[in-house]
Design a protein around this ligand. Structure first.
Ligand SMILES: Cc1cc2nc3c(=O)[nH]c(=O)nc-3n(C[C@H](O)[C@H](O)[C@H](O)COP(=O)(O)O)c2cc1C
Length: 226
């Protein structure tokens, strides 16, 4: 089958679109308002864009009132945001922080998580999360959409500091993803976690290509494929 997303003539009981790009990592984004209120919200329209230097993005639709979401307003006004990795253990808190509440609500309190201070930016970090990126706001790209919520603000930030909890670094120096169990979005109300992994190395002797795949910055050596 095929369908036209402008017509949504798929004939299915539920729109399949969000099931067609899965799993999506969840950027659990913390910001602070100009008035000093701490904000936290999950974004599955989230990705890293590049690695040297690293940039990330989250894409925020308008809220149900047709207004820019608080994360966007805060990132634009203060020039900073933090990415916190969402995990299976934190799933309920992630979900609580998605409630559409007024901008004067402290969403760390709402989610029931601990706010740790950041080093280079003012927004706090979720202390329970194993990985956080401190980011400086770079740019917003606004894509026009249908209906009050369709318009989306793609917020891009440069990662200026990376935090990784010591206890998720394996003895071989790689992140222990199976211990972290990152949380990811599927379609509908479905989620998944990473609970298996395997390795594939691009064939050939192109060291630079392999370094790009690994995300090595500044000429650091690629690992020995095992
Ligand atoms: C797992 C999950 C992923 C979400 N991803 C997005 C997203 O990518 N874009 C978006 O606009 N809203 C997304 N939402 C909804 C926002 O989290 C929600 O609108 C939140 O209230 C925004 O908060 P803010 O106004 O404080 O930024 C998601 C919700 C959940 C539970």
């Amino acid at each position: 089958m095929y369908y036209d997303p402008d017509k949504n003539d798929h004939g299915l009981p539920h729109n399949p679109f969000k099931s067609c790009v899965v799993p999506r990592p969840i950027g659990w984004i913390s910001t602070i308002s100009a008035g000093g209120i701490h904000n936290l919200a999950p974004y599955s329209q989230f990705q890293n864009l590049t690695f040297d230097p690293p940039y990330v993005m989250f894409a925020a639709n308008q809220n149900t009132l047709g207004l820019r979401k608080d994360s966007v307003v805060n990132a634009e006004e203060t020039g900073e945001f933090v990415y916190n990795m969402a995990t299976y253990d934190l799933r309920e808190a992630v979900n609580r922080s998605a409630a559409e509440v007024p901008p004067n609500v402290d969403e760390f309190e709402l989610a029931g998580v601990t706010r740790a201070p950041s080093v280079r930016v003012k927004p706090g970090r979720v202390a329970e999360s194993p990985v956080q990126f401190e980011c400086r706001y770079y740019q917003t790209i606004r894509l026009p959409g249908n209906g009050p919520m369709g318009t989306v603000d793609v917020v891009i930030g440069r990662v200026v500091l990376v935090h990784i909890k010591d206890d998720v670094i394996r003895p071989d120096g790689c992140l222990d993803i199976l211990k972290i169990r990152p949380l990811a979005r599927l379609g509908y109300y479905d989620y998944t976690t990473v609970d298996s992994l395997f390795e594939l190395v691009i064939p050939g002797e192109n060291e630079e290509l392999l370094r790009g795949l690994e995300g090595a910055a500044g000429g650091s050596p690629a690992p020995n494929p095992s």
